[in-house]
Write a protein that binds this ligand. Structure first.
Ligand code: NAD
Length: 233
């Protein structure tokens, strides 16, 4: 597979290593100084850039008929526009707030736990996420996905907010600590006990592997997909 990397920072470089190990070729890397480039000679593009340019990168790929994977977080106000464009152009697109295979299992665990505890009013849900200090958005895209999945099945909650005690709101604490690749904890606290589930990434390899697996899976398909489709969850 000929791959374009849109964003050549920590994730872009890790994806490059994994992709080469899996027999693929990186034919284009695009970073902030690269304003003119030809995306058409690639089989698939993988965007791990910054929130301000993610939608531009994704729509450029779709407009040139290049399947695109995006892991950039913090741009989701434009997600519906990307879906509409992809549908209109018969393109191929996957966004995931987290490409880690383990986190996608964790998402399912979170949904199941939320369903099980939704009838038990004594438990208050809260969340904590920890990332490295260079992360631009807070809370993390993964924490937002976890919160939205709980809201979908839990009648006591209808929104999330950073560090809040507001009614019907899942409180998310975001911590930024040097060198932490990503930790997410979901807590259900009652007066007598706490039930917690936690995912801790040890490095960026798992996100990168998931993104490359998603790119391999997307080739030859049209539509808008998620990691649940890729992993058949
Ligand atoms: P990073 O800061 O190391 O890399 C981002 C790169 O984008 C930088 O090199 C920056 O110069 C570049 N960039 C800036 N403007 C650009 C432009 N116009 N076009 C192309 N590139 C441009 O950050 P990172 O750790 O590699 O993370 C990148 C994104 O991926 C963030 O949004 C982060 O939250 C997200 N992320 C997602 C997952 C996931 O699994 N979905 C995992 C890790 C990180």
């Amino acid at each position: 597979m000929k791959i374009a990397l849109l964003g050549y920072g920590r994730m872009g470089k890790t994806i490059e290593q994994i992709a080469i190990k899996r027999g693929h070729t990186i034919v284009l890397t695009v970073d902030k100084e690269d304003t003119q480039y030809d995306i058409t000679k690639t089989d698939v593009a993988i965007d791990f850039s910054i929130p301000a340019v993610a939608f531009k990168n994704i729509s450029n790929c779709i407009n040139h008929n290049v399947p695109v994977i995006s892991g950039t977080t913090g741009w989701l106000d434009d997600y519906d526009k990307a879906v509409d464009l992809c549908t209109q152009k018969n393109g191929a697109f996957i966004y995931a707030s987290n490409f880690s295979l383990g986190v996608n299992i964790f998402f399912e665990l979170n949904k199941n736990l939320a369903k099980m505890l939704s009838a038990l009013k004594q438990y208050d849900v809260s969340m904590e996420e920890v990332h490295h200090t260079q992360k631009l958005d807070a809370p993390s895209g993964t924490a937002i996905s976890l919160a939205n999945d709980i809201i979908e099945v839990h009648p006591e909650y209808n929104k999330w907010a950073l560090e809040t005690e507001a009614d019907a709101t899942i409180s998310i604490i975001s911590k930024r600590i040097e060198d932490v690749p990503g930790t997410h904890v979901v807590n259900y606290k009652s007066e007598v006990d706490t039930i917690s589930i936690e995912h801790t990434a040890h490095n960026r390899q798992d996100f990168a592997l998931g993104a490359v697996i998603a790119a391999e899976w997307l080739i030859g398909k049209t539509g808008v997909f998620t990691m649940n489709d890729v992993l058949d969850l």
